[in-house]
Design a protein around this ligand. Structure first.
Ligand code: SF4
Length: 267
C-alpha cells in the first residue's frame, strides 16, 4: 500500500450525477480496492492498474475548499463520487471531516457515501450539522463473501453497526445496496438480510444493479469471474427486492427512479 501527497488547484468540481451539484473527492484512488469499482473508469491517469494499492491524498484540499465556498453558489455536494471518503488515510488526514465542516458552515448540503465504519468518528460534526448532511453506507451483502469483491472495505456487519449508530443519533442515514451482481448477491436471502437492516434502523434503502464499465468489467473478470447483466435478470431481481421490501415494511427505491426524480427536481 502506498500513500502519496499531492497538491490541487480545485476542490469542488461540477458533478455529472443528477443528485449532486458538486463532487468532492479528497483522495485519488481508493485503498478499499473493490473489484467491481466504477470509479476506475472515471479516474483519469494514476493509479490505474494499481487501484487498491496506491492512493493520492489532496493535502491542501481544505485550504482550497475554504476559498472556493466563498465564491461558489451553495448546492448539494457528493462526498465522494470516485473514491471512498473514509478509506484508511482519512484516519490521519481528516480531510473528509474538515470538508463537511467547511461546506456545511458555508450553507452547502453534504451527501456522504462510504463503505467504512470510520464515519462514526465524525458523529459530533454530523450531529452539529444534521440539517446539512446525509450519510449513505453501501452494503452489498451482509455475508462474509463481501470480502471476495470488497477485500479492504469494512466488514458489512461493521457497516450495519455504523448505520444503527448514525440512525440512533438522529443523523439522516440511507443504505446503498449496490451493485447487485448476478450470482453474487442477488439471492432473496442476501437481499432480505440487508433490507432488514434498513427496516430496523428506519434507513431508506436505495438499490441498484451492476452497470458494466470496461475497466470494472475487466477487473471483475480477472479477480472473480465474468459477469453478464440481462434485462430479464434485472426484472426478476427488482421484483424480488420490491416484494421483500413490502413484506418487511422497509422504504426502498430503485436508484434509477431516484436519479430520474433528481433530474425532474433540477429542471
Ligand atoms: S469503496 Fe467505492 S471507490 Fe473505493 S474501491 Fe470500493 S467501489 Fe471503488
Amino acid at each position: 500500500m502506498k500513500v502519496y501527497e499531492i497538491r490541487v488547484q480545485r476542490a469542488l468540481s461540477p458533478s455529472g450525477l443528477p443528485e449532486y451539484d458538486y463532487a468532492l473527492n479528497p483522495y485519488v484512488g481508493c485503498l478499499h480496492g473493490c473489484h467491481y469499482c466504477y470509479a476506475i473508469d472515471y479516474t483519469k491517469g494514476p493509479p490505474g492498474k494499481m487501484w487498491g494499492s496506491v492512493v493520492y491524498v489532496k493535502a491542501n484540499l481544505l485550504e482550497v475548499l475554504r476559498r472556493e465556498v466563498r465564491r461558489l453558489k451553495p448546492g448539494v455536494v457528493g462526498l465522494s463520487t470516485i473514491t471512498d471518503p473514509y478509506q484508511p488515510p482519512e484516519a490521519f488526514y481528516k480531510l473528509s471531516r474538515g470538508a463537511i465542516e467547511v461546506l456545511a458552515e458555508a450553507g452547502f448540503h453534504v451527501s456522504v457515501q462510504t463503505k467504512s465504519g470510520m464515519v462514526v468518528r465524525d458523529l459530533d460534526v454530523l450531529k452539529r450539522y444534521r440539517e446539512m448532511v446525509d450519510v449513505g453506507i453501501t452494503i452489498t451483502t451482509l455475508r462474509d463473501k463481501a470480502r471476495i469483491l470488497e477485500p479492504m472495505a469494512a466488514h458489512p456487519l461493521a457497516r450495519a453497526r455504523a448505520v444503527e449508530k448514525l440512525a440512533a443519533e438522529g443523523v439522516r442515514v440511507w443504505i446503498f445496496m449496490g451493485p447487485i451482481i448476478p450470482g453474487f448477491n442477488d439471492s432473496p436471502q442476501d437481499i432480505e438480510e440487508v433490507v432488514r437492516v434498513a427496516h430496523s434502523t428506519g434507513a431508506e434503502l436505495i438499490y441498484d444493479k451492476y452497470r458494466p464499465r470496461p475497466m470494472a468489467d475487466a477487473r471483475l473478470a480477472a479477480n472473480y469471474r465474468k459477469v453478464e447483466v440481462s434485462e430479464d435478470w434485472w426484472a426478476r431481481v427488482k421484483k424480488a427486492v420490491e416484494d421483500i421490501c413490502a413484506k418487511v415494511g422497509a422504504r426502498c427505491v430503485d436508484a434509477e427512479e431516484e436519479w430520474a426524480a433528481a433530474r425532474r427536481h433540477r429542471r
